[in-house]
Structures are given as structure tokens and as C-alpha cells.
Design a protein around this ligand. Structure first.
Ligand code: SF4
Ligand code: SF4
Length: 288
């Protein structure tokens, strides 16, 4: 077998390994892309963190839309925690598998912060899965600062595995997926996203978003995710027959403030009623 065929065979094997264990998306980014695009500070690049790295394998698992629509809720929290655990397990499992095959590898699990206080002190991750997923061709960065994928919009979470194996790269997405509809910015309860005329990615007020999350941690229903719930991008909307939900999202706060039992939101409200301490006086959805 030529070395090109061997590299492709390894790639196919990794895709099989990961999809059989629950990955919805698998992408491959050469470490050179971090230097080529020069957007990420040098010490945050995979080559600086793990000098043997030649390829970053990015794994994604989707967050089912109807559960995201209940955020903030105990159910959404459980889905988020479960997805994170599954992703972390898969990253570590893939690392051990590649090591056994003779390819030195290094897992980078998802959020890698231990408390809200840690984020207050330093609101940065040691490695960003968002640029990694973009360089691995899985999506583009939307106004809400999340990766938007053709399959699930931003309703997908990621981990990365750095490996010494040289694996054929995936092409980056050829065009922006964000349509600048501004629904994420309009829906944020803390006004943390500000659209910009000169680029797709909005300005992001990390402190305002953190304040929301501190509140949700106190209520044991972290995280928020409203800006990912409302995004119209993603084929998952077709699966769940959820095209045209914009109006429902836009009217949610006002409608629920007037009538918490409004029938069009009854299934979301039912789920929100249970398992959360210290219920908020007004709905934690929509603009403040
Ligand atoms: S996660 Fe919530 S608070 Fe943070 S930017 Fe998105 S909608 Fe706003
Ligand atoms: S909600 Fe609209 S503006 Fe925001 S990321 Fe999605 S497509 Fe872009």
C-alpha cells in the first residue's frame, strides 16, 4: 500500500471508530492551518501545546433541538452534561486507540474550566475548539461566536484530539453559513451579542454572558444556549419540522411574562417547572 493510501485508510478507520461510538461529525485539520490563518495566539495553537501534533481531529456530537428549546431547564442541563461526558470519553478513547497504533496523540476535552470563578479570573480556554472545528472543515463561525454546521447549525459540541499522524485534511467550508439574521443577538437575555456591519462574527460581551451563566449555576440549570437554540441554520430543523420558528422565539419572553401557561409554549414550560430551585420571577428567555 502506498503511504497516501495508508493515510486515507487510517482516516477511514478513525471515522468508523468515532461514528460507531456516537460522533455525529468528524473533521481533520492540519496543524499548519493555525499558522496559515494566524488568528489564534501562538501559545494556544496545537503545535505549541503538543509539538508532535501534525493533525487535529475534531469530533462533534449534536444537541437535539427540542431539548435545547426548553433552556434553561434541568433537562437541557442533563443533555449538555451527558454530551460533554460522551465527547470527553470518546476523545480519550480515540487517543488510546491511536497510541496503540503507534501514533502519539493528545486529547483536549471540551470546556476545561472548573468553576464560574475561574472564568471570572480568566475567561479564556487553553485551546479553542471553535477555530479547530472551522479549520477541520466542519463549519463557519456565526454572529453568535459559535460554529455553525450545515447539519446542526450551532447545536453541536466539540472536542479535539491532536495526533502525530499525518492524516489527509478536510477542505474548509467554502462559504459563510451565518445569514446575519440577528436572531441570536435579539434573543440574548443579556444583550451580549452585538452585530457588526463589517464582518459576520458579532462583538461578544463575555462578562454579560458570564453573568447569565452565574445565575443559571445558582439555579442548577447551567448553561444558557439561547443563542444556539434560535439559530435557523441546520438540517436538524428539517428533521424536527421546525422551520419558521422565528416568531415563536421572538415572542417567547413577552408571551410568557403575560401568561406563563400560554398554550404554544406549554411543553417547554412543563419541562422548566421541574427540577430547578429558586424559580426566576420573570422568564429567563428573550431580551431583558
Ligand atoms: S449563551 Fe445566553 S447569555 Fe450568552 S450570549 Fe448566548 S444567549 Fe447570550
Ligand atoms: S441566529 Fe442568525 S445571525 Fe445568529 S448565528 Fe444564526 S444565522 Fe447567524
Amino acid at each position: 500500500m502506498t503511504s497516501k493510501l495508508k493515510d486515507q485508510a487510517l482516516k477511514d478507520d478513525i471515522i468508523r471508530f468515532c461514528t460507531q461510538r456516537g460522533a455525529d461529525l468528524v473533521g481533520f485539520a492540519p496543524v499548519d492551518r493555525w499558522d496559515e490563518y494566524d488568528e489564534v495566539p501562538p501559545q494556544f495553537r496545537p503545535g505549541a501545546i503538543f509539538p508532535q501534533a501534525r493533525t487535529v481531529i475534531v469530533l462533534g456530537m449534536s444537541m437535539p433541538l427540542p431539548v435545547m428549546e426548553t433552556t434553561p431547564s434541568a433537562l437541557h442541563k442533563e443533555l449538555y452534561d451527558t454530551t460533554n461526558r460522551q465527547l470527553d470519553n470518546l476523545a480519550v478513547e480515540l487517543t488510546r486507540y491511536l497510541n496503540r497504533l503507534g501514533h502519539a496523540s493528545f486529547p483536549f476535552t471540551r470546556d476545561t474550566y472548573t468553576s464560574m470563578r475561574a472564568l471570572r479570573e480568566n475567561n479564556m480556554a487553553a485551546f479553542g475548539h471553535v477555530p479547530a472545528a472551522r479549520y477541520a472543515g466542519l463549519g463557519t463561525i456565526g454572529m453568535n461566536q459559535c460554529i455553525l454546521t450545515p447539519e446542526f447549525g450551532p447545536r453541536v459540541r466539540f472536542v479535539s484530539v491532536f495526533t502525530a499522524a499525518e492524516i489527509p485534511a478536510d477542505p474548509m467550508q467554502p462559504k459563510e453559513l451565518c445569514i446575519k439574521c440577528k436572531l441570536c443577538a435579539e434573543s440574548c437575555p443579556k444583550s451580549a451579542i452585538t452585530p457588526r456591519e463589517d464582518r459576520v462574527i458579532g462583538d461578544y460581551d463575555k462578562t454579560a454572558c458570564l453573568e447569565m451563566h452565574e445565575e443559571l449555576v445558582r439555579r442548577r440549570c447551567f448553561p444558557c444556549g439561547i443563542c444556539t437554540k434560535v439559530c435557523p441554520i441546520g438540517k436538524d430543523r428539517r428533521l424536527y419540522k421546525s422551520k419558521g420558528a422565528r416568531k415563536k422565539y421572538q415572542k417567547e419572553k413577552e408571551t410568557l411574562a403575560a401568561n406563563p401557561d400560554a398554550p404554544e409554549y406549554s411543553s417547554w414550560q412543563h419541562i422548566r417547572k421541574y427540577g430547578i430551585a429558586h424559580k426566576p420571577k420573570e422568564p429567563l428567555v428573550g431580551k431583558k
